[in-house]
Ligand binder design. Sequence first.
Ligand code: SF4
Ligand code: SF4
Length: 63
Amino acid sequence: MVEIIVDHEKCTGCGECISVCPAEVYEFNDDGKSDPVNAEDCEECCSCVEVCPEGAITVDVCE
Ligand code: SF4
Ligand code: SF4
């Protein structure tokens, strides 16, 4: 499975990754940060990594 990490120190909760992801991998957690709750559905498009303005997302296949 793809490994997805969101650095919550960097995440501002802008929601861009939630909007762009075609597989609905991300949801907001209770702190308003993005969590990759459905990583098993990832289609490896790397759009989330590209769109995040904070550079908070790491997807291992998108290095
Ligand atoms: S790489 Fe694509 S499919 Fe996977 S979490 Fe990011 S936006 Fe969603
Ligand atoms: S795009 Fe980046 S900063 Fe915005 S919610 Fe997603 S992880 Fe957080």
